[in-house]
Write a protein that binds this ligand. Structure first.
Ligand code: NDP
Ligand code: 8X3
Length: 251
């Protein structure tokens, strides 16, 4: 029987590449995000190309009620979820602590931390009911190191690191695996979002070296998701060859 993966933030970047990778391997996909048109297009493409089922769900992970409703009302024949990928997230701005915007801070914390918690809480009854499942959280190298002007983004990803550890402990009795994958710089829409549409600033982030690509993360996640039942990768930091950590990139 086909397996099912639920991926948040599947309208671009890592999430989209993860959906493509799993769909190609015959998995049914629940894809979520705020941009309905992109999700519907992806759903149509994947179901046509790979003869799998795709369920697009449009909601903002920051909206607690919308999350509970969308996930709580998943049709019965979609409730056998094998993997949840908590990927939806963003950085907004790169400003010194004293100059950063409170709105940006709120959005990052509400999306990267609270959104991840809301989605996980909503999906867990389906996993607990089956006494199995795998939660894969997308952290960041920013979950491990705090860099200049990274303040709230780094804090939000440190929280993802802590929450992954907490889930791993508390969900032990339910046989649920918890994996945190922490990518370094990756060429997605991430920097366009961070720099609020400033293409020049976004391009600079990836100039002079070969950054990670979304497909690299999809490949790694697919590997982590397909290990034997008793094996769980807990924590994985992944950078491109040119990057050692948050501070050193050879350009
Ligand atoms: P993208 O901007 O390409 O994708 C982000 C995804 O998150 C989109 O699908 C977006 O969908 C979704 N999203 C953002 N906010 C919300 C929200 N409030 N509700 C629902 N969905 C939301 O960036 P990446 O693919 O790079 O980012 C994915 C994750 O990887 C993030 O958590 C990011 O922090 C993390 N990461 C990224 C790295 C990088 O360098 N690119 C490195 C390390 C970690 P929509 O806009 O349709 O809602
Ligand atoms: C994204 C990578 O270095 O911009 O999480 O924090 S970085």
């Amino acid at each position: 029987m086909s397996k099912t993966i639920l991926i948040t933030g599947a309208s671009s970047g890592f999430g989209k590449a993860i959906a493509e990778k799993f769909a190609a391997a015959g998995w049914n996909c629940i894809i979520t995000g705020r941009r309905a048109e992109r999700l519907n297009e992806l759903a149509a493409q994947l179901s046509r190309q790979y003869s799998i089922r795709v369920l697009p769900l449009v909601f903002d992970v920051q909206d607690r009620d919308a999350v509970a409703t969308a996930i709580g009302q998943i049709p019965a024949d979609w409730q056998q979820i094998d993997i949840l990928v908590n990927n939806a997230g963003l950085a907004l701005g790169r400003d010194p602590f004293d100059q950063a915007s409170l709105n940006d801070w709120d959005t990052m914390i509400n999306t990267n931390v609270k959104g991840l918690m809301y989605v996980t809480k909503a999906v867990l009854p389906y996993l607990i009911n089956r006494q199995k499942g795998h939660i894969i959280n997308i952290g960041s190298t920013a979950a491990k190191e705090v860099y200049k002007e990274g303040n709230a983004y780094c804090a939000s990803k440190h929280a993802v690191d802590a929450l992954s550890k907490a889930m791993r402990i508390d969900l032990l009795p339910h046989h649920i695996k918890v994996t945190a994958i922490h990518p370094g710089a990756a060429e997605t829409e991430f920097s366009m979002v961070r720099f609020k549409g400033d293409q020049e600033k976004a391009n600079l982030v990836y100039e002079g070296y070969k950054a990670l690509q979304a497909e690299d993360i999809a490949e790694i996640l697919f590997y982590a998701a397909n290990l034997p039942e008793h094996v769980c990768i807990n924590d994985l930091v992944v950078t491109c060859l040119a990057q050692a950590n948050s501070y050193y990139t050879h350009k």
